[in-house]
Design a binder for this molecule. Structure first.
Ligand SMILES: [Zn+2]
Length: 863
């Protein structure tokens, strides 16, 4: 979609160095600041325009060629988030200094320079001050050229109470006492960097630290008393730093690397160079109370943020339209690093479940967007933080790495990073570097994946001849509303790296590129009909595959016997489900195929299949055959639930814990009474003896008791939530509270989600959890409408909160609901989630058409 041209700042004045002093007051929630910015003036001008939002400028002047030019007028434009300094005289070309005194607000919106509230160990309310600048909020902390391309060096000084800790991107180099129990903390100059990567944190923090092999000092900072919960992240980070230094061939350039847990945090984490900030659940692991899932999340987020120290921080996108370069690489590289650190976690199979399939789902909508998306304003920029930028991007990078070979790919990355370090780059720069080392037409191939939205479905049929096995292929764009007004003459096509798995291994020969709408490939070494063949081994390609009925049938024994890899088993059911949703395969064929997974043993396969079955459940929840469906699904999970049981067996690993949680929770969800009874009994014991329930089982047990629980259970879960000090535990309890079926309890829960009982950072997670409960879907939507002003006030300013909130509407199935939602957002314009609204409406239309198409067939099948 053509975007409007971004309104960039004039470039006649360029900042090179900021000397910035900030004095936050965490009692009055304000801050004051002064800065001297070294500027290069390339053409004379009587005004300077820079970014500034919600900042009061007390005075500003320019020193140039030995004279001081004062401002005549200072004006603000809240639309463009700029301020214009008009000077009394024209400022001549040359090098000068812009001196500004200003003040601002330590807000509670979790962006810019903001405050975070928590209870200390004595139960007293405390505050800390912290920052979140990406994408466009450094301008809320100090007037600046707040565009990624305007890189400069920064010398930061923080004036803070003497008893508090002050952190910034670089180590502190000078501290001295000031009157009134204050101190001045000056930090080393940063390397040349973008404004959105700066960070300052001030509070009563403590830390643990360790020197990495390279000499970098790695620290984990928390509020007082939680520092030991940083141990897992610290040990992981130290090891990961060696991995990244080796892999990139460019050592991490700063002296220190801090990971800082912040009690209130909008996203998961933020890759500020040398001072990475996190929400507590993404950094802290309590050995007594944290689950396997949390350990994994912490490892993933730490690795993702550390990958950004190179991708994003050292080399930065020129403009936000290339945000994907940051996020895709960090996601892909983070997975690669965790796979290196914990090979037993089987991260690439998990990646297909969590990233590739999530992206395929979103990108199957006509209202998706290309990876490379033009953006002009902050609302458009913030909408880019979605599964396309993170997960589709990461998936097509994985596809490219497989195609070029890991070693060639690594060499290309090294070339790209070393040619552009401390600078900005665009997607084409990366393709050029990879092209130079690989001698492959990388730009041409990748343009088909990054500059157009969507992806292909490849239809394949096979034929055995004297030359071998010939596969006839045709590609077309995959969209879910294929049948409803789809464009059969859609000319889009992709260059698809194509491989085939056979019972005796992947077919020899390199990956072939399939680029035409119709083509064929002959595998010469096949002389008799294979028992089965599977396109896209290990799901490295970002596309779907549709087989003939016979070839689908042939895959069933290979799934049941697990002769196919876990990643392939995962891919097959996901393709089948999605094709059935798009009307390209009978849904009953997907259901029959699902039966082949009864003895499945892989955690990711179960997790992916479970979410597809859950989505189906949502679609048919008002139908007569709904109960038959529940019996079918319960039966599917039953054998594995019995086999894995509640009690971890000796020798079990991380993936067994994940598998147990998925399978027991699904069996319970579909009404397996034995499991529901056991959950109740475990909960009862737990209330008397909290050490009796392993952290891996807690979320599961809480959810299942809530599902069949009454007011008394509701009160018990709330009381556990209130007394818990671990945010991970609180979230587990809140999400479980969303599982009650009594509408009054759900209404009460939603009401409390907007009170002080729930942190603002967690409200949307909670509302989404209620909406995901079939009994709560309508209640949650009514609640969102009734409280829209409050949601808009809290989350409408930017970020992705509203996108997540709006997305809850996508599971409705009736066209009446679609019109109601459309009307609502017409009356309540929501620029920060404009695309998500269109996506939700499209999803409802798809759901409704799907039901019309499949209702009678399903009714017959379940009879
Ligand atoms: Zn990231």
């Amino acid at each position: 979609m053509p975007g409007t041209e971004p309104a960039l700042l004039p470039k006649n004045v360029k900042p090179t160095h900021y000397q910035l002093e900030l004095k936050p007051d965490i009692e009055s929630f304000t801050f004051s600041g002064q800065q001297t910015i070294d500027i290069e003036i390339s053409s004379p001008s009587s005004s300077i325009i820079l970014n500034s939002l919600d900042i009061e400028i007390k005075s500003a002047h320019v020193n140039v060629n030995g004279i001081s030019v004062p401002t005549q007028n200072i004006s603000f434009n809240t639309e463009s988030e700029t301020c214009t300094l008009d000077f009394t005289d024209s400022i001549p070309s040359g090098n000068g200094q812009l001196v500004i005194q200003f003040s601002g607000i330590l807000n509670d919106k979790l962006r810019g320079f903001y405050r975070s509230q928590y209870l200390d160990q004595q139960g007293n309310t405390q505050y800390l001050a912290t920052t979140q600048f990406e994408a466009t909020d450094a301008r809320q902390a100090f007037p600046c050229w707040d565009e990624p391309e305007c890189k400069a060096t920064f010398s930061v000084t923080l004036i803070v109470p003497a008893n508090l800790v002050a952190l910034a991107n670089t180590p502190e180099i000078e501290t001295f006492q000031l009157p009134d129990n204050m101190k001045s903390v000056k930090f080393a100059d940063t390397p040349i960097m973008s404004t959105y990567l700066l960070a300052f944190v001030v509070g009563d923090l403590t830390h643990i630290e360790k020197e990495a092999a390279s000499g970098t000092l790695v620290g984990v900072w928390t509020t007082r008393g939680k520092e030991q919960q940083g141990r897992f992240a610290l040990e992981s980070s130290v090891k990961l730093l060696s991995f990244f230094n080796d892999y990139f061939g460019i050592p991490y350039p700063l002296e220190k690397l801090d990971h800082i847990a912040i009690p209130d945090f909008a996203a998961g984490a933020m890759e500020n160079w040398g001072a990475v900030t996190y929400r507590e659940t993404a950094l802290l692991v309590d050995p007594e109370n944290s689950s396997a899932g949390t350990r994994q999340r912490v490892a993933e987020v730490v690795a993702h943020e550390m990958a950004h120290m190179w991708f994003g921080d050292l080399v930065t996108m020129k403009w936000w339209d290339d945000l994907w370069l940051n996020e895709s690489f960090a996601s892909w590289m983070g997975t690669k690093a965790v796979d290196w650190l914990f090979p037993e976690w089987d991260m690439w199979t998990q990646f297909v479940n969590m990233d590739t399939n999530r992206a395929l789902s979103l990108d199957g909508l006509k209202n998706s967007h290309p990876i490379e998306q033009e953006v002009a304003n902050p609302a458009e920029v913030s909408q880019l933080f979605d599964a396309i930028s993170y997960s589709k991007g990461a998936s097509v990078i994985r596809m490219l790495e497989q195609f070029l070979s890991p070693e060639i790919f690594r060499q290309g990355l090294h070339k790209y990073l070393s040619s552009h370090k401390y600078q900005n780059a665009q997607t084409t720069d990366l393709w050029n570097a990879l092209e130079e080392v690989s001698h492959q037409p990388v730009t041409e191939i990748m343009n088909t994946w990054t500059s157009q939205m969507g992806y292909p479905v490849i239809d394949v049929s096979s034929q055995l001849g004297t030359e071998g096995l010939t596969l006839n292929l045709s590609q077309d764009r995959f969209v879910y509303d294929n049948i409803l007004g789809g464009d059969p003459a859609d000319p889009m096509k992709w260059q698809v790296p194509f491989r085939v798995a056979l019972p005796y291994g992947t077919a020899s020969g390199d990956t072939e590129l399939v680029s035409e709408p119709q083509s064929s490939i002959t595998i010469s070494e096949v002389s008799s009909d294979p028992d089965w063949f599977k396109i896209n081994p290990d799901q490295t390609g970002f596309f779907r595959v549709n087989y003939t009925a016979k070839d689908w049938q042939n895959l069933i024994p290979a799934i049941a016997s697990r002769s196919l890899s876990a990643t392939d088993r995962l891919g097959i059911q996901n393709d089948a489900y999605s094709l059935s949703k798009a009307g390209l395969l009978p849904v009953t064929q997907f259901l029959s195929l699902a039966g082949a997974y009864k003895s499945e043993s892989d955690a990711s396969v179960w997790s992916d299949l479970a979410s597809n079955l859950k989505e189906l459940e949502t679609l048919i929840s008002d139908e007569d055959f709904y109960n038959h469906y529940r019996i079918f699904a319960k039966d599917l999970f039953h054998a594995t639930a019995q086999r894995i049981g509640w009690i971890p067996k000796t020798g079990e690993g991380h993936l067994d814990a994940l598998l147990r949680s998925t399978v027991l929770s699904q069996a319970g969800n579909y009404g397996d009474t034995e499991i529901l009874e056991e959950a109740k009994s475990l909960f009862k014991t737990y209330l008397d003896d909290p050490s009796s329930l392993h952290p891996d089982l807690r979320g599961l047990v809480y959810s299942l008791v809530a599902q069949s629980g009454d007011q008394n259970t509701y009160d018990q879960l709330w009381s556990l939530e209130t007394t818990s000090e671990l945010q991970e535990e609180k979230i587990r309890l809140l999400i479980s509270l969303a599982r009650f079926t009594n509408p009054n309890l759900l209404k009460d829960l939603l009401r409390r989600s907007l009170t002080e009982d729930v942190r603002s950072q967690d409200t949307i997670t909670l509302v989404s959890a209620v909406a995901a409960n079939l009994r709560g879907r309508n209640i949650a939507w009514e609640f969102v409408k009734d409280n829209w002003d409050e949601f808009d006030k809290r989350y409408g300013g930017g970020g992705f909160g509203l996108m997540r909130l709006v997305a809850i509407t996508g599971s409705f199935t009736s066209l009446e609901k679609a019109s109601e939602i459309e009307e609502f957002f017409k009356a309540h314009p929501t620029p920060a989630a404009e695309r998500t609204i269109r996506q939700s409406l499209e999803r409802i239309n798809i759901n409704s058409a799907w039901l019309e198409r499949n209702r009678s067939e399903l009714a017959a099948w379940f009879k």
